[in-house]
Design a protein around this ligand. Structure first.
Ligand SMILES: [Zn+2]
Length: 62
């Protein structure tokens, strides 16, 4: 199980969110939620960037 620990590339803030209840973890494929904000493109119909909730900076999705 991926523990999806992530950090903001700009301010280094931990982006790991609240723990996901064990019975729901298989829906997410992770043990914790994420605090990063998805920047969604209507044109491309997908998440194209992430935004840090602490410093507000954006970076491209891999
Ligand atoms: Zn940040």
């Amino acid at each position: 199980m991926n523990d999806n620990k992530e950090f903001c590339p700009f301010c280094g803030s931990c982006l790991q969110g609240d723990p996901i209840p064990e019975e729901d973890q298989h829906h997410y494929g992770a043990t914790h939620g994420s605090r990063k904000i998805a920047i969604y493109s209507l044109e491309e119909d997908r998440t194209v960037k992430w935004q840090c909730p602490d410093c507000g900076k954006e970076w491209d999705r891999e």
